[in-house]
Design a protein around this ligand. Structure first.
Ligand SMILES: C[S@@+](CC[C@H](N)C(=O)[O-])C[C@H]1O[C@@H](n2cnc3c(N)ncnc32)[C@H](O)[C@@H]1O
Length: 268
């Protein structure tokens, strides 16, 4: 597990130094080859009004693949935990939603990401940054109202452990509402490798059905996996994005991967 985490850590340390440096080389989410028409994982996730109130550099430093707030319905005064909080865009947005009586915790394992978030969030008092792993959260049990996350759990070598920890730290009635990548059907290893090279982020993505099953196994109720973006690669685009694949293999990839919001609740 440590090998994978160290690899991911290095890639994200590099990525935040030079936002797109790891695109196409595996290890961090990017999702664009530059070919027009191919959907991007990191772009277009937030509406104009949200971006308008967000410091520009934070939006540019976002490596998410969706917007967990569309379903999270965060209320003033709540405690929010962001798993793999990166440079802090979602922490910034959550801090506004929870307000002065709320609390927002950003958990990340990468020093460079934590340092960038600290700089970006200077002066915002209801946010605290914590260094640690999402598989062993340094967070008190039954203390969190809402867990959010954006394109992080797919990177974990032990997703069962992450979900177990998420369940532990949520208070009874607490909500889990994360954006992540999921496979919509089984794909060959070659397809997974090519998609990972394209996006840098999906090699560990679960099937959507498997995600829901694992959530239920840990005790979550009201589990739902709602697709938000299905990554389609029409013929000409697929040829550009995956030049070494056959037509049949490109067909296999087309529409096999999606961003989704994964939701669940810890029973009361
Ligand atoms: C794809 S980026 C997403 C960052 C942020 N959520 C966003 O939307 O921009 C993944 C982040 O998760 C962190 N991360 C990945 N695996 C982790 C783990 N096992 N424990 C803690 N943090 C992790 C990385 O350091 C990185 O900051």
């Amino acid at each position: 597990m440590d090998d994978i985490r160290n690899y991911v850590k290095e890639r994200y340390a590099q990525a935040i130094k030079n936002k797109s440096s790891c695109c196409g080389s595996g290890g961090c989410c990017c999702g664009t080859t530059g070919a027009s028409g191919i959907p991007s994982m990191t772009r277009g996730n937030y509406d104009g009004a949200t971006l308008e109130k967000t410091p520009e550099q934070m939006a540019d430093q976002s490596f998410g693949c969706g917007n967990p707030f569309t379903e999270a319905r965060i209320h003033p005064g709540e405690t929010v935990l962001d798993l793999g909080s990166g440079a802090g865009l979602d922490l910034f947005l959550a801090s506004e939603m929870t307000g002065p009586y709320g609390k927002v915790i950003g958990l990340d394992m990468t020093d460079e990401m934590l340092a960038t978030a600290a700089e970006n969030l200077k002066g915002i008092e209801n946010v605290s940054l914590v260094k640690g792993y999402i598989e062993e959260m340094p967070v008190e049990s039954n203390s969190v109202d809402v867990i959010i996350s954006n394109c992080v759990i797919n990177l974990s070598p032990d997703k069962g452990k992450v979900l177990k920890e998420a369940f532990r730290v949520l208070r009874p009635g607490g909500r889990f509402c994360v954006s992540d990548t999921v496979f919509l059907r089984p794909v060959t290893e070659r397809a997974v490798k090519n998609l990972a090279a394209w996006s840098g982020c999906i090699s560990g993505a679960l099937r959507e059905t498997e995600y829901a099953e694992k959530m239920r196994e840990e005790g979550f109720e009201e589990v739902e996996v709602r697709r938000t973006k299905v990554y389609s690669f029409p013929d000409a685009m697929a040829a550009m994005a995956f030049p070494e694949l056959s037509g049949e293999e490109r067909n296999e990839i087309n529409g096999s991967l999606a961003s989704a919001i994964i939701m669940g609740k810890k029973p009361l």
